[in-house]
Design a protein around this ligand. Structure first.
Ligand code: NAD
Length: 497
């Protein structure tokens, strides 16, 4: 898709104009306090931009303009067919600015440029286009009443929605939230993670160019516990949609209860099981096991961090995955050859290192990795790491590490595999590998997660819903099921005389 070299991308990065101001009411504005925070490049630890550090006063202003735009009907009452055209235009503008957005995302989130160029940005555009195209095909219902009455079941937008997203997939999660929230007619305030606000700030302007009216989409960078909390406790916000950690997700449900019971939709953490039976295509399964653990440096909610291997092939299969891990050498995100970039920051790196030490203390062994590399770069790079001899009671197998660390756990039979997979507070994703359709399907059905792959990992596209069971959240991103999270159902019962 691109012939650009590492040095081409670097020189393009040097001349990049970066917008760091908030986007409120169709304009870029500084935080009312004038405060900014430094936004860093995880690949080299250098500053990329000063970004507006919005606080409660900016939040109040944004809620006011979002409410005004919602009540005016300029977007909320626009016919779905017209909203569709605007969203499709927005997707096209994102595609026209693909290289700039891919570069921004790569610089800011440390994601490999080949991923942002081929996956993150195109997939965000696709989410917006698909959702826009769907909105004027979403029929509402007439209930099966008798002849003397007519009951309409219609969907209404919630009103003002706060969307809070994390740093690991900034554009993807932003698009998953904004597309259905806007398609259904809501006005939105997006709070990106303070570490990764740059692409969200840029696409807000593209949204405006595409025809999203002023005040309908606002982007406020700022800290979670100050700005985020204020927005989530706000009495004039009707819904909050969140992707992030389970700990913060639990706080959001409290904020809802402490304020106006705003609708709350959460996509949270995971500790997914990737289950390998002896009769699987082991070569393919090993490749995908490495991808499941190391893609995006393991900073993925659906990462296959618990590798469950049937006892009879444990050693052989582990060896294959260790071999595949050699293809996951950390490198600068702007190098088109890089498959695995840096960890997002020092805090996250320290967390990963602590878990590696903990795994050894718990009695697991390092089959590969476990160390820092490229320390001289100024970034924080961690080797692709696999623990052998792990069991499901170890903390490395129970807690979300959010780094390139796989724990390989043996199992005896299908019942044992299901029992281990389900012995987790999380229920987000996972996969099962077997050539026996009965085993594969029965195990996939029995594992309590929102998504299971059979003979694949990370399967799925915008046409299917995505979300978690248990402490991995509620509600669903993607597909037309996402409309449920951003609308209220209304019954209108008409009695004939
Ligand atoms: P996090 O929960 O710390 O932060 C996520 C967002 O919440 C950020 O924008 C942050 O500023 C904000 N926030 C923090 N404290 C807040 C508060 N008190 N009130 C309101 N907002 C607050 O998560 P993280 O560590 O940045 O992201 C990684 C987590 O996200 C992992 O647990 C991962 O599994 C999860 N995740 C889930 C999905 C999914 O779809 N299920 C997708 C990606 C990431």
């Amino acid at each position: 898709m691109s012939n650009m070299t590492y040095s081409d991308w670097q020189s393009r990065a040097d001349s990049l104009q970066i917008e760091g101001r908030a986007f409120i009411d169709g304009q870029y504005v500084s935080a009312l306090s004038g405060r900014t925070s430094e936004c860093m490049n995880p690949s080299n630890g250098q500053k990329l931009a000063d970004v507006a550090l919005c606080g409660p006063e900016d939040a109040d202003q944004a809620v006011k303009v979002a409410r005004k735009s919602f009540e005016s009907g300029v977007w909320s009452k626009m016919p779905p067919m017209e909203r569709k055209k605007v969203l499709i235009r927005w997707a096209e503008l994102i595609e026209q600015n693909l290289q700039e957005l891919a570069l921004l995302e790569s610089l800011n989130a440390g994601k490999p440029i080949s991923d942002t160029l081929n996956s993150d940005i195109p997939s965000a555009a696709n989410t917006i286009r698909w959702t826009g195209e769907a909105i004027d095909k979403a029929y509402e219902q007439i209930a099966p009443t008798g002849q003397d009455s007519l009951a309409l079941v219609t969907r209404l937008p919630l009103g003002v929605i706060v969307a809070i997203v994390p740093w690991n997939y900034p554009m993807t999660t932003t698009a998953w939230k904004l597309a259905p929230a806007l398609a259904t007619g809501n006005s939105v305030i997006l709070k990106p993670d303070p570490k990764t606000p740059l692409t969200a700030l840029r696409i807000a302007q593209l949204a405006s160019e595409a025809g999203i009216p002023d005040g309908v989409l606002n982007v406020l960078p700022g800290d979670g516990p100050i700005l985020g909390q204020h927005l989530c406790l706000h009495q004039d916000v009707d819904g909050q949609t969140f992707t992030g950690s389970t700990a913060v997700g639990k706080l959001l449900t409290q904020y809802s209860g402490q304020s106006n019971l705003k609708r709350t939709f959460l996509e949270l953490g995971g500790k997914s099981a990737n289950i390998i039976f002896a009769d699987a295509n082991l070569e393919k399964a090993a490749s995908l096991a490495a991808i499941a653990g190391f893609y995006n440096c393991g900073q993925t909610c659906t990462a296959g961090t618990r590798l469950l291997i049937e006892q009879s092939i444990y050693d052989e299969f582990l060896e294959r995955v260790v071999e595949k891990s050699k293809g996951w050498i950390p490198g600068n995100a702007l190098d088109p050859a890089t498959r695995m970039g840096p960890v997002i920051d020092k805090n996250q790196f320290d967390t990963i290192s602590q878990y590696v030490s903990l795994g050894l203390e718990e009695g697991a062994q390092l089959a590969c990795g476990g160390a820092q590399v490229l320390a001289e770069s100024g970034g924080h790079y961690h080797q692709a790491t696999i623990f052998s001899g792990a069991n499901n009671q170890m903390r490395i197998a129970r807690e979300e590490i959010f780094g390139p660390v796989i724990s390989a756990i043996p199992f005896d039979d299908a019942a044992d595999a299901v029992s281990i997979a389900n012995d987790s507070p999380y229920g987000l994703a996972g996969a099962v590998w077997s050539r026996n359709i009965n085993t594969a399907h029965k195990v996939a059905a029995a594992v309590r997660t929102g998504t299971m792959g059979i003979n694949n990992y990370f399967g799925g596209d915008i046409t299917v819903p995505f979300g978690g069971f248990k402490e991995s959240g509620n509600g669903r991103d993607k597909s037309m099921h996402a409309f449920d999270d951003y609308t209220e159902l209304k019954t209108t019962w008409i009695e004939f005389e």
